[in-house]
Ligand binder design. Sequence first.
Ligand code: APR
Length: 256
Amino acid sequence: ISLGVVNSHVLSSSSTSSESLKKTIIDKCEAFIQNNKSSSANNCQKIWSAFQQAFVGRDPCNVPMEAYDPLIHTVIQDPVCNRMLFWSKTKKIVHDFTEKRDCFLTLEDTLLGFIMNGLTWCGKEESNETFTTGCPGWTDCVNNTVRSFWNRASAAFADAACGDVTAMLNGSIATPFSPTSIFATIEVKRFKAAKIKSLSVVLVTKENKGTTCDDPSLQDLQKEIDPKLKYNCKAVPESKIQYCISHPDTACGACW
Ligand code: APR
């Protein structure tokens, strides 16, 4: 009898964790669809089921990005030419900026990016449970559940890029185009000159200090992209972007 009690306790606590991740994901999915009617063709139950099959029952350090292919293919999304905003080492400012305006969209402003932003999840070999704690960290192993998701979602976001594309990079660090970032290792490599007209780098600087558009790492970026693609770079003081963040009515074109 006592064994039965222990077992039922273990079962109920683990199923609580799975159930709460499922609820979190479906709630966020439905909230996004409420606020973005163009996403209403999506089915949040289907998205959950494609999501969980990528990692449940797997070693959390051995989930390749391809495991998320079915999830990526489940999501229905219109391309948003000319409005896509990539970023690296500028997470807070870029999302503060896109939050109150529609002229630019980051991955985290799309359905999947919005749902998974801030979440941690993993499975375990020979188990059908879902965990939200005790999962490997970003750099603990290359093919961890969470990192592979962001790699795959970023690849899909870059594959869809079209028209004039913008990237907000950090001019306060030594290497704004960091060779190990997702932006460098995945996104830039998938930019297609047939669909993309131009890449505009917005280099966020602290009052004209720090890195400039002449920085060697930005020259590397320029070398990486197809020469048919127009490239330009503009150093923009952080204060100017902060002004636009606190004045959401400022025309987007006036922010840099
Ligand atoms: N530990 C934990 N989290 C990390 C780590 C790390 N060592 N490195 C990256 N991340 C996660 C964090 O959530 C971080 O804010 O990835 C985010 C982005 O990392 P950055 O190095 O700032 O940028 P980058 O790797 O270039 O990724 C951003 O990829 O997600 C897409 O479209 C998005 O263009 C954007 C780019």
